[in-house]
Design a protein around this ligand. Structure first.
Ligand code: CA
Ligand code: CA
Length: 761
């Protein structure tokens, strides 16, 4: 189509450019006929598309089998842009049956540098994608291109609008941070600390008031100026209204001339949080149909990854017969070819995060923290195990006589057992590091529709030790409920541990994270050895495990990283088990383990005192890591355990105050737990909780923890929106911002453990 149209557009572009440059202060629409009211002109198309007008929309049948987005394009030329000016780009598209659209404003010739790159999965209901950018150069011949290639099957795309606006009203991304007074949007416990943070440039103290639901003042005072917050880069004051003893809903803190989000003061502020956090796991189970009557109708879906590879009626290759990577692809991953001559049935387990991969290493800490939440309740005096009882969770195994949290743990433990290398094969007893698609997929994609090949990746020492530790812990917890399963678990744990000792240095590589899944690479496994030896010693009492513990650098060394423990730094898991669960260590040794937990808690509290937002997380230079919310949750768990051991209120207060940050007392005034608070994260990166990409799909379940601020902004959306961000601002609630807004099993497992303690308080 449309050579004539391109020429006509070219003729008038100079005039438009002049107009634009002269009036840059006001908005101007640069896309010509962007609403298609004038038909197809001046939009052009690649030769494999034959655009037509349908009900006022520009539609085209897109052939199947194209490899790249740019293999099929509708576009417009001769767009004038001016270096340093800002623009807002948007387009609205629908698809039948649906397909990927990539909208780009770019240079018109090689290297086709994109000024902005937006992606949308066009569904039958249609959707809009938009974003702002600053032009890096001045030219009169930029292009708008709408790329629709890259889908295996043919589909039809329709565009109802495409817009490129210049003008002063187009600003850099600015988050809506709401009222200046930042509070815990859930609320505060009547006998707990009640602290808030006010964002203000005022150098001197400001008055504050707490109002009840009727608007009556129940407390008043003056703020404490704290200067520039080190992790947010903004000036703040703090407010302490701990003396308030009134209870109820609908309180607000008034300060700086604004009222905060409302909050409760109540004993049941956190009731339901532990149940919701633990309920995250059933809807992310692989290999089982998710029953809407249990999980909620909007979370119902067919079982994922259960088809046979021989069943060509389903696009899903299934996890019941998974081969190893091919030598050609593993060469790149490991620097040497690797494969195996067997297939494994590795159905089940949890999907790790927003993709369809399943990882033994991250599975280990996740299942361990769920079990530890329960195990603490068995051994800490006064703790409640009500949250874990049979029937407490919305899972299919409610009512089977076994605590539901153990039923949920079993779903992952059985998967981890299935990942062990069979007898008689190289590395027998070690455990495959992970299983996932051989290529990345896009959003949204339901698990049962995943068309990619599934592959087992090379066994690793770390995976074997994760299985050893988690299975050893599981064995003692399942003993009263299913002795046979308990025996299976301890046998597998001992076998995996022996295999890890025989091969102590077979590591996952970062290069094995290039295609279809994350690497979870870790080449420092002395912490994994310590954790596994600790759990095996607690369960078996075997002297050989004690000897290994004594030989570990963690026997007397610090087990608690200042940056928070995580899947690759697991010494804290072993230490807290030794300090909490009765075991064969001497009373002095157990006391030393407890003292180390208390010492770590003291360090975290000291750092918290210097944080005007009250978070228990102060990494060096306030550089927040991927998943920062779960890292401060881990620190809060350590502090809460110090309270368990000492009964000293300072630990309780600190661990309670830490929750304020998670529920809204932060720079962005957002609750990082879906469904909790007035303003909360709800568009976490997920292929099936993908409401933002497809309105027919749900948001993540209530109680899902978002990864939160990541100073390194490692995805294109974060890089476009958050450049130069101070740590607390390095977050955006966008589904494609996988580096700031992911959901994962290990983060919700940490939240589950912390929530179980919070609910008790
Ligand atoms: Ca049960
Ligand atoms: Ca490690």
């Amino acid at each position: 189509m449309i050579d004539g149209a391109i020429r006509r557009r070219a003729m008038c572009s100079a005039a438009i450019a002049t107009l634009f440059l002269a009036s840059a202060a006001s908005a101007a629409e640069l896309a010509v006929n962007g609403d298609f009211a004038g038909g197809q002109d001046p939009w052009w198309a690649t030769g494999n598309l034959s655009p037509r007008m349908v009900d006022g929309k520009l539609c085209a049948d897109v052939p199947g089998g194209t490899a790249n987005p740019w293999d099929a394009i509708i576009g417009q030329n001769n767009i004038a842009v001016s270096q340093g000016d800002s623009y807002q780009f948007s387009f609205t598209a629908s698809g039948d049956p649906g397909g990927p659209v990539r909208g780009v404003v770019q240079m018109p010739s090689d290297p086709y540098t994109a000024y902005i790159d937006l992606r949308l999965q066009a569904e039958p209901d249609g959707g809009t994608q938009s974003g702002g950018f600053t032009a890096p150069e001045t030219r009169l011949d930029a292009q708008i291109v709408l790329q629709v290639g890259g889908r295996a099957e043919p589909w039809t795309v329709c565009f109802s609008n495409a817009s490129l606006e210049s003008g002063a009203e187009v600003k850099a991304y600015e988050p809506d941070t709401g009222p200046v007074a930042r509070v815990n949007q859930l609320g505060y416990l009547p006998d707990g600390p009640k602290l808030a943070t006010v964002v203000t440039d005022a150098e001197t103290a400001l008055p504050w008031r707490v109002l009840d639901a009727s608007g009556a003042e129940i407390a008043a005072g003056e703020t404490t100026p704290r200067g520039v917050d080190p992790s947010a880069g903004i000036k703040v004051h703090t407010v302490d209204f701990s003396s308030v003893t009134a209870t109820g809903d609908g309180f607000v803190l008034e300060a700086g001339g604004e009222k905060s989000h409302p909050f409760a003061i109540s004993d049941d502020v956190y009731s339901g949080l532990a149940r919701d956090a633990m309920s995250y796991f059933y809807p992310v189970r692989s290999g089982i149909e998710i029953d809407g009557a249990i999980a909620g109708e909007k979370y119902a879906r067919p079982a994922g990854h259960v088809s046979s590879p021989q069943d060509t009626s389903s696009p899903n290759m299934g996890d019941n017969a998974v081969p190893c990577q091919l030598p050609e692809s593993s060469q790149k991953a490991y620097g040497e070819p690797w494969t195996c001559d067997y297939i494994l049935d590795v159905t089940g387990g949890w999907y790790d995060a927003g993709d369809h991969g399943k990882y033994v290493v991250n599975g280990g800490i996740s299942v361990a923290q769920l079990m530890s939440a329960y195990e603490r309740a068995l051994h800490i005096e006064g703790a409640s195990d009500a949250a874990f009882a049979d029937g407490a969770l919305p899972v299919p195994e409610a009512g089977n006589g076994v605590p539901d949290v153990l039923d949920e743990a079993r779903w992952e433990l059985e998967f981890m057992l299935s990942m062990m290398v069979p007898d008689g094969k190289p590395h027998a007893g070690l455990v495959h590091h992970k299983i996932h698609d051989n290529e990345w997929t896009g959003i949204p994609l339901m698990p049962h529709l995943d068309p990619k090949v599934r592959e087992l990746h090379r066994p690793s020492t770390a995976a074997a030790l994760n299985l050893a530790a988690a299975a050893a812990q599981g064995s003692r917890l399942f003993q009263p409920h299913d002795a046979e399963f308990a025996a299976t678990l301890i046998a597998a744990a001992e076998k995996a541990y022996a295999a890890a000792k025989a091969t102590p240095d077979l590591y996952a590589t970062v290069e094995d994270g290039a295609s279809g899944g994350g690497p979870y690479n870790d080449d420092k496994v002395d912490d994994e050895f310590y954790w596994a030896a600790a759990e095996l010693f607690i369960t078996t009492g075997n002297a050989s495990y004690r000897a290994d513990l004594e030989a570990s650098p963690y026997w007397s060394g610090d087990a608690f990283p200042v940056t928070g423990f995580d899947w690759g730094n697991v010494s804290a898991l072993g230490r807290m088990s030794l300090a909490t669960v009765p075991n064969g260590l001497s009373a002095d040794e157990v006391d030393a383990a407890r003292q180390s937990v208390i010492a770590a808690a003291d360090g975290f509290i000291k750092a918290q005192d210097n944080e005007p937002f009250g978070q228990i997380y102060s990494p060096p230079e306030h550089k927040y890591d991927w998943g920062s919310t779960h890292l401060f949750v881990q620190n809060a768990i350590v502090v809460s355990r110090a309270y368990d051991f000492t009964g000293d209120a300072k630990y309780r207060d600190a661990a309670l105050e830490a929750a304020d940050y998670m529920f809204g007392r932060n720079a962005l005034n957002i609750s990082y737990v879906t469904g909790y608070g007035d303003h909360y994260a709800k568009n976490q990166h997920s292929r099936w909780f993908a409401n933002q990409a497809n309105a027919d799909l749900p948001n993540p379940p209530k109680g899902s923890l978002a990864g939160g601020p990541n100073s390194s902004i490692q995805d294109p959306v974060a890089q476009r929106l958050l450049k130069g961000c101070a740590a607390q601002f390095c977050y955006v609630d966008e589904i494609e911002s996988w580096s700031t807004n992911e959901i994962t099993i290990n983060w919700n497992a940490a939240l589950s453990q912390y929530a179980a303690w919070l609910v008790e308080q």
